[in-house]
Design a protein around this ligand. Structure first.
Ligand SMILES: Nc1ncnc2c1ncn2[C@@H]1O[C@H](COP(=O)(O)OP(=O)(O)OP(=O)(O)O)[C@@H](O)[C@H]1O
Ligand SMILES: [Mg+2]
Length: 360
């Protein structure tokens, strides 16, 4: 994905839901996308399927899937690519199953609708095998969705998504609204089918624990942009972007009891986003240029991409971090940038015990 921009044209003005997002996805890779509600994650997933509907509009960018630009291919070609090359388990997908149509018909419909010509017998065999792949018994084919549990429904949705063996599976919060045991089953199912197909997965979600277990790399969205994209282990051990640092620091820990640390302030309105870096009003390290200049996503260490002026090569290190921004968040949440990285501003190596660095 290169510089994707998707706006929703509302009577109040354009909502820049996705505003210049670029990332790559390798074969077999599992990329997680996290970010606060409204940060544009589902919009990215829908744009990847070219399913943005008015008042939404893809304003620009390119999405290259094995040499095909998904944003410029014809409508019919795109229709054929859906499910066959790229498939989506949409947010709330289990509620989109038709309650009065049996599971078998819904799966067969999806296959036929996307060009598969199947005899009745072949279709039944395919349905049974797909259900088996997602850990459901063949009898489920004869049930109506309202006769299934949430986890079963979600697995039916995964079965539909993989029915034509796509190269890319997009899963938008596939386990929200499920209890943790079923959540686990659904994630295991998704992981297993991904391995069987040799597909790549983009997993959208809020649950950092789930991301830590599932994803290889994590993209952190903020206000329609990627703040950071890094391998998942590194992002947890050493988050670089101030927003990522605060996000990781806000996670409850099983070892340490204490108050939960939230991120102060609110996500910005996408109708009228703040100038410069959208995170600057909440950022404890904000500098004057952050209010006026957009930071570019750049690779600041191998495979670690960050959009933050603290990492600009020409950026002098802030000398007095007590002056930055008059931040109101609790001290000790995050450390001051130190000088151990290639840019000299690679961020702290530890996230606890550095009290006082950000007090106003
Ligand atoms: N049809 C629409 N009309 C106007 N604005 C929209 C529409 N759909 C989404 N938006 C806006 O676009 C922004 C991004 O929405 P999106 O659904 O992509 O967020 P998200 O990151 O998936 O959030 P969540 O975590 O709650 O699912 C939000 O500000 C939302 O209000
Ligand atoms: Mg969403």
């Amino acid at each position: 994905m290169e510089d994707l921009r998707v706006w929703y044209h509302t009577p109040q003005g354009p909502v820049k839901a996705v505003d210049g997002v670029s990332f790559g996805l390798l074969k077999d890779e599992r990329l997680g996308l996290v970010g606060e509600s409204g940060s544009g994650k589902s919009t990215i997933a829908l744009a990847l399927m070219r399913l943005i509907r008015p008042p939404g509009k893809i304003e620009g960018g390119a999405i290259d899937l094995d040499g095909v630009n998904l944003l410029t291919v014809g409508d019919e070609a795109m229709r054929r690519l859906r499910l066959a090359a790229i498939a989506l388990v949409a947010q709330g997908a289990m509620n989109s199953l038709n309650p009065v149509v049996r599971v078998r018909e819904q799966i067969v419909d999806a296959m036929r609708d996307h060009g598969e010509k199947l005899s009745k017998q072949a279709a039944n065999a395919r349905v049974a095998s797909l259900l088996d792949q997602v850990g459901l018994k063949p009898e489920v084919a004869d049930r109506f969705p309202h006769e299934l549990s949430g986890g079963m429904k979600q697995r039916v949705c995964i079965a539909i998504a993989i029915c034509l063996r796509p190269k890319v599976i997009l899963a938008d919060e596939p386990t929200s609204a499920l209890d943790v045991v079923v959540q686990r089953q659904v994630m295991d199912t998704l992981g297993r089918v991904q391995e069987q197909l040799g597909a790549s997965v983009v997993l959208v979600g809020h649950d950092m624990g789930l991301m830590a277990q599932f994803a290889d790399r994590l993209g952190v969205m903020y206000a329609g942009r990627l703040a950071e994209v890094s391998p998942v282990r590194e992002i947890f051990a050493d988050p670089l972007h101030p927003y990522t640092k605060l996000l990781i620091a806000s996670l409850p820990s099983i070892e340490e009891k204490g108050r939960l640390n939230g991120i102060p302030g609110l996500p910005p309105s996408l109708l009228n986003p703040p100038g410069g870096c959208a995170f600057h009003p909440r950022c404890p390290f904000a500098m004057p240029r952050c209010a006026v200049e957009d930071p570019r996503l750049q690779e600041v260490r191998p495979n670690r991409w960050v959009a933050c002026h603290l990492f600009d090569p020409d950026q002098p290190r802030p000398t007095d971090l007590t002056q930055v921004n008059g931040s109101t968040h609790a001290p000790g949440l995050i450390g001051a940038p130190d000088s151990d990285g290639p840019t000299g501003l690679a961020g702290p190596t530890g996230t606890t015990g550095t009290t006082g660095t950000t007090e106003a």
